[in-house]
Design a protein. Structure first.
Length: 317
């Protein structure tokens, strides 16, 4: 038996997947939900798009592991903060495994609704205020439909909680793979963690712009092998027009290590004014600059998530 927050779980054949390295991820997710609810009318509806994982080629109930995120969210957030909780997985034994985990935590069977299908099906047919996408790779293939789902709610806005486990692409040696996923080619230089986060945000903001939706980054962080981003998407074509002023080129001096940002445009009233040409040489050592990549220049954290939140405030009394 293990415990995390208010949740308890049995490992092994009892069918619950527990990754202690992601404890901070789950803690911050609950705090983010609690903080976001303060700026939202009414309880949030929450969709956990990846609520289980299989073990190798096993297909029995013992081979299916339920992730603990949905259980903790139901236990630790009050009903006025979190309303409907829906968990999704394609494994045929997922509903039975989730029911067993709910019983272990003394929760009613309907406290977390099980959806036994591909997450795309639910993203296309429902609307949720908060969507958590935590795959074993990049969330980008799921973001397009998640944006449409979140902005289909009556409030026309929602929160996406995205986990990027493709750290070798965002922060490591696999720079070439950046282009087809994130629309940019990550170059050499320092500040790999921040540049990787801004690359991830750029990939998500491109998809939001295609749909005519605005994107506001509320909080991001990088921890070991994964990155996490909490972004609000909303239906606003007016805000979409400002996207070009929040994107720019990143230049690096390979001789002394200095880096320069050059935005494509700047806002002047309601218009975007094209900026002059970017610098061609380093102001420090006068050596030529190398173009690293296109990145998002938006702030990586802001209210309502950027303020002190006591952990006790996110727990159910």
């Amino acid at each position: 038996m293990i415990s995390e927050g208010l949740a308890v779980a049995s490992l092994g054949s009892e069918g619950l997947f527990y990754n202690p390295a992601q404890t901070q991820n789950r803690d911050l997710t609950l705090l983010a939900l609690n903080a976001y609810a303060s700026s939202f009318p009414g309880p949030l509806s929450f969709f956990d798009a990846f609520a289980a994982t299989g073990l190798g080629n096993q297909v029995s109930l013992e081979g299916l592991l339920i992730r603990i995120r949905a259980i903790r969210s139901r236990l630790e957030l009050p009903r006025e903060v979190l309303g409907e909780v829906v968990a999704c997985d394609v494994h045929p034994d997922f509903p039975a495994a989730l029911k067993r985990s709910l019983e272990l935590n003394a929760l009613p069977p309907d406290s977390v609704l099980a959806f036994n299908d591909d997450c795309f099906t639910l993203l296309e047919s429902r609307a949720f205020n908060v969507i958590d996408i935590d795959p074993f790779s990049s969330p980008i293939p799921y973001v397009y439909k998640a944006i449409r789902c979140a902005t289909s709610s009556p409030q026309k806005r929602g929160l996406l909680c995205l986990t990027f486990v493709d750290s070798r692409i965002l922060f490591g040696p696999q720079r070439d793979s950046c282009f087809h996923l994130y629309g940019t080619l990550r170059g050499e230089g320092c500040m790999k963690e921040e540049v990787g986060l801004r690359t991830a945000v750029h990939g998500v903001s491109r998809l939001a712009g295609v749909l005519g939706k605005s994107l506001k980054v509320l909080f991001t962080y990088q921890n070991h092998y994964y990155a996490r981003a909490f972004v609000e998407v909303a239906s606003s074509k007016t805000e979409c027009k400002t996207l070009v002023s929040k994107v720019g080129n990143l230049y690096s001096c390979l001789a002394c290590g200095l880096q320069y940002q050059h935005t494509f445009c700047r806002q002047s009233g309601e218009r975007n004014v094209i900026n002059p040409l970017s610098p061609s040489e380093c102001v420090g050592c006068k050596k030529p600059l190398s173009l690293s990549e296109i990145i998002s220049r938006t702030p990586l954290d802001r209210p309502p998530l950027r303020h002190p939140v006591r952990w006790e405030d996110a727990r159910r009394s």
